[in-house]
Design a protein around this ligand. Structure first.
Ligand code: MN
Ligand code: MN
Length: 459
């Protein structure tokens, strides 16, 4: 199947659009390094585009009309946006889904200790990481500390250029003879991913003088104490901003592009739609990287409950109509794909692999060991998607995650598919997926947004 590199087809105007989109996208990556920050950013953007808080609508028993826009915030970690369409919701929605959690290193509940006059934070990593990639790089701390009195302190340390950064040390090569014999999985072990945060003892303190000084700083600068770590969610992530990548500036390097590249393009797409035949939805969820578990994940009842509330406000709620709305819906479950990497060509089967510059990726199925754990999109649905993409000049490619039996992975697609709707995995190809700094192609980001717009309007 002959396909051409999308870069060859762009007009000057499109090249400008690509630059604007990727600049805005980089800003999103910088401002949204945790699921909570992504939700705050999304709410700000949604409000600017006329979206109302669903809770306010419920409180005021506001009747929702076609063209109305609402968002539902799930514990500050997941969010769903709805643009009410002209047709009854019972006839189905067009849904964009992506996840906003990314692999990282979480601070433990009782994390702080002093050893040899160093103060460190004990951690437990989140999601699938190659642990050796996270040492000897600048790291930042993002998150919240919920104090016993109910106040919640937002923490961001290490992003402002005047801020200090923190990090995890690595063993010097000179003394690494034994370490270098270990397998990559064991070179750096999970329990050793402790973050160094201080080394200066406080004067006139007998015991744990360095820790005492750090606690003073936490108290003065951030307003919390050691006990408050018990009810904190602090995420250690790569410090620094997303950047243009490559001498030709054709790519973006940034933390957390899995899956914020799909989340951001989905968000921009729905915000640009103002009226639609079918109700449009964009749901951005948490906890995908640890198996979509818990109240803020795709597997939570949050999504169904929210649709029930919205149908109640449009005046069409019944349990049966809710079930029909779900069954009649169509979804692009968007997540990143593995981009072909010539340095590791042996793990890919080239005909069924995603390449940079060839557009948004559709995966009929994902999974491992004979498609295990996968959603397998219906041929009839894929034919409809192909038609919509071609009619709207959206560049797309199809792919699998590497060669058969080399590995695999899952997404949120099967969960929404379980509600009875048509779902296909789609998204953007990524190099160095799950590494601290991931790489995407600006042209693929652009095609993804075009794909989402076309889907919302035409599916
Ligand atoms: Mn993902
Ligand atoms: Mn992932």
């Amino acid at each position: 199947m002959e396909r051409k590199n999308a870069w060859l087809s762009y007009t000057d105007e499109q090249l400008n659009e690509i630059e604007t989109l990727s600049k805005n996208y980089r800003r999103f990556l910088d401002m949204g390094k945790t699921e909570r920050e992504c939700v705050s950013f999304t709410i700000d953007m949604a409000k600017k585009h006329g979206y109302m808080d669903l809770n306010d609508c419920i409180a005021n028993n506001k009747k929702l009309q076609p063209g109305d826009k609402v968002y539902a915030n799930c514990m500050g970690k997941a969010i769903a946006l709805f643009l009410i369409g002209k047709k009854p919701i019972e006839q189905g929605m067009n849904i964009l889904g992506a996840h906003i959690d990314s692999p990282r290193i979480d601070v433990k509940q009782n994390p702080l200790y002093e050893d040899s006059e160093f103060v460190l934070l004990d951690t437990h990593y989140y999601g699938g990481i190659k642990k050796y990639q996270w040492v000897a790089i600048p790291l930042a701390i993002h998150g919240v500390v919920a104090k016993k009195d109910g106040t919640v302190i937002n923490v961001v340390i290490g992003e402002d250029e005047n801020d200090p950064v923190v990090g995890i040390t690595d063993l010097l090569i000179h003394l690494s003879a034994d370490q270098m014999q270990k397998t990559a999985a064991k070179v750096v072990e999970g329990e050793s991913l402790d973050v160094l945060i201080g080394s200066k003892p406080k004067k006139d303190v007998e015991k744990e003088a360095v820790k005492t000084y750090i606690l003073d700083i936490l108290k003065e600068k951030y307003g919390f104490e050691e006990e408050d770590f018990l009810s904190a969610e602090l995420e250690v992530v790569p410090a620094g901003k997303a950047r243009d990548f490559g001498l030709d500036r054709s790519m973006v390097m940034g933390y957390g592009q899995d899956d914020r590249v799909c989340a951001y393009t989905s968000l921009e797409a729905i915000l640009e739609v103002n009226d639609a035949e079918k109700t449009c939805c964009c749901i951005l969820v948490d906890k995908e990287e640890i198996g979509s578990v818990g109240a803020t994940s795709m597997d939570s009842r949050f999504f169904e409950n929210t649709i029930a509330e919205i149908m109640n406000l449009t005046g069409e709620y019944s349990e049966l109509k809710l079930r029909r709305a779900l069954t009649n819906s169509k979804m692009l479950s968007s997540d990143v794909s593995a981009a072909f990497d010539p340095l590791y060509s042996s793990v890919y089967e080239k005909k069924n692999t995603a390449f940079f510059g060839y557009g948004v990726v559709f995966n009929k199925f994902t999974g491992a060991r004979g498609k295990g754990g996968s959603n397998d999109a219906n041929a009839e649905y894929i034919s409809e998607i192909r038609r919509i993409m071609d009619d709207n000049n959206v560049r797309f490619q199809t792919a699998e995650l590497g060669k058969v039996d080399v590995g695999g992975g899952g997404t949120i697609a099967y969960i929404s598919a379980n509600l009875g709707m048509q779902v296909i995995d789609s998204g953007v190809a990524v190099l160095s997926m799950h590494a601290p700094w991931e790489i995407t192609s600006k042209s693929d980001i652009y095609e993804a947004k075009k794909c989402y717009m076309a889907f919302l309007k035409n599916a």
